[in-house]
Design a binder for this molecule. Structure first.
Ligand code: PLP
Length: 99
């Protein structure tokens, strides 16, 4: 999260308007995955900055065994079930890519 924040601030210093963050989960080619806490932190970051989050989950069916794969859709669902509140996720800013 510190690296993300630093990159965001550096872009601002260079007059670059950051419009969004893209991630590939699971990654290609290694198939490594981001855990739920990391996904929660990332979406809280993009939501707070009011920028888009694009999650490419095209390889989600290619993860086997533990730790279990967590989709951004589950993080959103969790947020809805918790009643949202004032820091509720803005769904207009979250995009999930699949196939
Ligand atoms: C991470 C990721 N997303 C999406 C795709 C699909 O891309 P395309 O629709 O251009 O075939 C690929 C293909 O390799 C990929 O690696």
């Amino acid at each position: 999260m510190e690296d993300l924040e630093a990159a965001y601030e550096m872009a601002k210093l260079n007059n670059i308007q950051v419009k969004g963050l893209m991630l590939t989960n699971p990654s290609n080619p290694l198939g490594t995955i981001l855990d739920g806490d990391t996904l929660r932190s990332i979406v809280a970051f993009t939501n707070e900055k009011n920028i888009h989050l694009i999650c490419d989950e095209i390889y989600s069916a290619s993860v086997f065994g533990k730790p279990n794969y967590v989709s951004m859709a589950e993080i959103i669902d969790e947020d809805r079930r918790n009643g949202g509140g004032k820091n509720s996720l803005n769904l207009n800013l979250i995009h999930i890519v699949n196939s």
